[in-house]
Design a protein around this ligand. Structure first.
Ligand code: HEC
Length: 254
């Protein structure tokens, strides 16, 4: 208890009309469901990229900055296709892939090697094998994985920033009617998600430059989820089950 008066605009849930609490409850239920689907989406789109079924930092690195494993053709030529080339032909193909897989060098050195060694099987007649016949077709196995393209990130960023701001404005507004002391703690819970979304979105780009930022993506997402859960549960509980202290209802000192 302190000697500061309770703010004259503060209203606890139980001082609000039933219709308003019902609306808040509906909103919380829908937002909670939305959050579940968001988690399922993150899990199904990112988890497992590194071979480990859980969502790991490595998954996030691969998702934003690309896999360092190299291209499909390199993996095949060092693995199951290693017997298909002679030892002087292999380095020619690898150096072509690593120098950017340009058309000029393809026509000069690579095309004859592919035609001689690979097209018996990879001529497109077998639907289960990549068609390697010609410069256009071979693109599918020489593309470097550089992660989500910047243009896609920009699109997702603005949708995400607007969307998450709406969610946490609505949630924070509802939660502001809960009785939580000290006030600074309540304010931190309300404000932190906005910091997290800013850190999260900017780290998508930074992860392209330095993989360590994947940790920020993961941690910011975790803290945001924690704030969401805290506000959701506290609001729902206080709205329907909690009895607000008499001194608060009677507008005595805090
Ligand atoms: C005798 C038939 C045959 C020849 C010749 C052959 N491959 Fe394959 N290739 C296969 C088969 C079968 C698979 C699938 C094997 C696997 O996944 O273990 C495969 C898989 C691949 C893959 C990965 C899967 C895919 O389809 O994208 C690449 C890339 C590839 N081969 C490239 C090459 C290259 C380059 C050459 C020539 C140097 C070559 N292959 C020669 C039969 C062949």
């Amino acid at each position: 208890m302190s000697d500061k008066p309770i703010h004259r605009l503060y209203r606890h849930f139980q001082e609000l009309p039933v219709s308003m609490r019902v609306m808040f409850t509906g909103t919380l239920l829908a937002l909670g469901m939305g959050y579940m689907f968001a988690l399922i989406y993150v899990y199904t789109s990112d988890a497992g990229r590194d071979g480990n079924p859980a969502l790991t930092v490595e998954d996030i690195v691969i998702s934003y900055s690309g896999s360092k494993e190299g291209t499909k053709i390199e993996a095949a030529l060092k693995g199951p296709m290693s017997a298909m080339l002679s030892s002087d032909e292999l380095p020619k193909i690898l150096s072509w892939v690593n120098s950017g897989a340009e058309r000029g060098e393809y026509e000069a050195t690579v095309q004859p090697i592919i035609e001689k060694n690979c097209l018996d099987c990879h001529d497109g007649s077998n639907p289960h094998l990549s068609n390697l016949d010609g410069f256009e077709n071979i693109q599918s196995v020489v593309a470097q994985d550089t992660g989500t393209p910047i243009h896609t990130l920009v699109r997702v960023s603005h949708i995400h920033l607007f969307g998450v701001t709406f969610i946490f404005f609505i949630l924070g507004f509802i939660f502001s009617h809960a009785w939580v002391r000290p006030v600074w703690l309540k304010s931190v819970i309300v404000f932190t998600p906005f910091l997290c979304i800013a850190a999260d979105v900017s780290s998508w780009y930074f992860t392209k430059l330095y993989a360590g930022f994947a940790w920020v993506v993961l941690i910011a997402g975790g803290i945001m989820g924690l704030c969401f859960a805290t506000m959701w549960i506290t609001s729902m509980y206080q709205m329907w089950f909690y009895k607000v202290p008499d001194r608060v209802r009677n507008r005595e000192l805090q």
